[in-house]
Design a protein. Structure first.
Length: 395
């Protein structure tokens, strides 16, 4: 009897202790969500979000976690593919918030980012999309922070560069017939006209899923523009459009305000993509801090290759963690995080020197609802994306 009683007592005590350990472990975990397009033509955008967050989390976890309010937290990345489908994206955000996730990186497209906004507001969560619709970031919307530079911030920098360095005087725009791409086309056209460029084509588009770009590019090339802008172009579509234009004999400049994948450009367009301009990672080799070099090495080990776009996508989780370290209340109170954004500033850990990293966006959104990621413009050359200049979003 005594042995049985002791045995039962030990089992009961073990269960209590195990529960206590599990509870303590759960308290020490900080879940960060990633909701983005990880399949289809735009897959690399969401996958790089996922890989960058996972790499940063691993770097912190290897050091025992992130210290917030005197306590170490293990970072757990919960990544979900929204398949570029608004309904799936909503379901993903509902799933993440039901797990207590307060901060979500993504989505990558205007339509999916707009779709999840009501859920985020209802669940008092905050996301960091890579979508450019201004309605996401200015009042009365209050649940999103732009994670990179927007097309309408990059466009004028690229067009001015082409005017000054390439003598470009006329320009044409082509976009996929989707809301976000068409919006970027409209913004690009407005910026080009403001700079004094002659816009030859301003509304031309192709249907999503197109693989034969000969009809649309024949029309664009016949207009004889000095430059062609591929507005909001997905990484899988860009090399096909470029290759088609070059096969039609086009000799002018081609650019986009979205980030691209060097491997995809090389495999499909090869040297025909040489000279193509796109948004690069926010940290060029010449600017990288030692910490950024470590990130690049760890990311390459984690993924099997380096994706230049990760130089931009690395910022979201770093900034989220930095704000939480400054104000531990924001772990559970998203309003505290939003309040801190107006005055938050830190030394950029990813760049050499003492460059300040803060939230920007006052000029475009009427408030600081954008991470102040440096603007790097890349040129594709023989399989590589080579940085040609660095700018900054004006606040």
């Amino acid at each position: 009897m005594n042995k049985l009683r002791v045995s039962k007592t030990c089992v009961g005590l073990a269960a209590v202790l195990l529960g206590a350990v599990q509870y303590a472990y759960a308290d020490d975990v900080l879940k960060i969500g990633v909701d983005g397009v990880m399949s289809g033509a735009a897959a690399s955008w969401g996958l790089v979000n996922k890989y960058a967050a996972e790499t940063t989390a691993e770097m912190y976890n290897e050091q025992g976690g992130v210290l917030i309010g005197g306590k170490k937290y293990k970072i757990e990345i919960v990544a979900l593919d929204d398949k570029n489908d608004p309904q799936v994206s909503i379901e993903n955000v509902e799933k993440l918030t039901s797990q207590g996730v307060k901060y979500i990186i993504g989505p990558n497209i205007d339509t999916t980012a707009q779709a999840v906004k009501p859920t985020l507001e209802r669940e008092k969560a905050l996301n960091f999309p890579y979508a450019f619709s201004k309605d996401l970031y200015r009042a009365p919307a209050n649940a999103s922070v732009l994670g990179m530079v927007a097309s309408y911030q990059v466009g004028p920098l690229v067009y001015k560069y082409l005017m000054d360095k390439k003598g470009v005087k006329s320009i044409s725009f082509v976009a996929s017939n989707e809301a976000d791409a068409k919006n970027q086309q409209t913004e690009g056209v407005a910026a080009a006209r403001t700079l004094g460029l002659k816009v030859i084509a301003d509304q031309d588009s192709y249907e999503p899923g197109t693989t034969d770009f000969m009809p649309i590019m024949t029309k664009i090339v016949r207009g004889k523009p000095d430059a062609i802008v591929l507005s909001g172009v997905a990484p899988a579509d860009a090399p096909l459009l470029i290759k088609t234009a070059r096969e039609l004999g086009y000799k002018g400049s081609i650019s986009t305000e979205t980030s691209q994948d060097a491997k995809t450009l090389e495999q499909i367009a090869g040297t025909k993509a040489n000279g193509f301009l796109s948004v690069g990672g926010a940290s060029t080799p010449a600017l990288e801090s030692d910490y950024m070099k470590t990130f690049v090495a760890d990311y390459t080990k984690h993924v099997g290759e380096w994706n230049d776009e990760a130089g931009t996508k690395v910022y979201a989780l770093e900034v989220i963690l930095a704000v939480l370290q400054k104000d531990p209340k924001a772990l559970t109170d998203v309003d505290a995080f939003k309040h801190d954004m107006a005055t938050f500033s830190m030394v950029n850990p990813l760049l050499k020197g003492k460059t300040q990293l803060e939230f920007v966006g006052q000029k475009d959104f009427g408030r600081r609802s954008q991470i102040g990621v440096p603007v790097v413009i890349d040129e594709f050359q023989n399989g590589n994306l080579v940085p040609i200049f660095v700018g900054q979003v004006q606040n």
